[in-house]
Design a protein. Structure first.
Length: 182
């Protein structure tokens, strides 16, 4: 069966470039979804309910995102990565098979993964816009990056232990690195 040529203002080379970037981003999001779900199952301790609920929200968001990535790839005439082997091949994240971590270590790993994804998405956004003249997917990836920024911020906030003093100042020994009185 012959397929109709796609005429959306991008060359075949530009579409294929965007498809490659989207498949890499899809792979990262899928591995992060798996890791988030695993941590949701494994977390224990006094912070169990807080993290259990937070990670449920995160993996639901990630689940929607991976579907959106796959649909964007199909819109461009490509096929999304859809196997564990493919996700591992295209992803810049690593798995941690067999690791059962404490809650803080789980949060730290998730923050690191979100930040890795954010940095990768920034590069992909630039490549979509500048190299592939694909403003639509640059915009889509920007929205995905913003979701990861939000999730990373929530996780970093969980790890920051110093509170604000009653006068509104942050203690000088604050983990966020802001001197007292600023």
């Amino acid at each position: 069966m012959a397929t109709r040529k796609i005429n959306i203002g991008l060359t075949d080379q530009e579409r294929q470039g965007s498809i490659g970037l989207l498949n890499a981003a899809l792979s990262n999001a899928y591995l992060l979804l798996i890791k988030t779900k695993k941590y949701h199952w494994d977390v224990v301790g006094p912070q169990f309910m807080t993290l259990h609920k937070l990670w449920e929200e995160h993996y639901q968001t990630l689940s929607l995102s991976v579907d959106e990535y796959a649909e964007r790839i199909r819109m461009l005439g490509g096929y999304p990565v859809g196997t564990a082997a493919g996700f591992l091949e295209y992803s810049t994240l690593s798995e941690d098979p067999g690791d059962i971590l404490g809650a803080t270590a789980m949060v730290t790993r998730l923050v690191d993964d979100h930040e890795t994804i954010i940095c990768g998405l920034r590069s992909a956004i630039d490549a979509c816009a500048e190299d592939f003249h694909d403003a639509g997917n640059a915009d889509f990836l920007t929205g995905q990056m913003e979701q990861h920024e939000s999730m990373a911020w929530m996780l970093r906030s969980f790890m920051e232990g110093d509170g604000v003093q009653s006068n509104g100042q942050i203690p000088s020994n604050s983990a966020v690195g802001i001197p007292a009185g600023v």
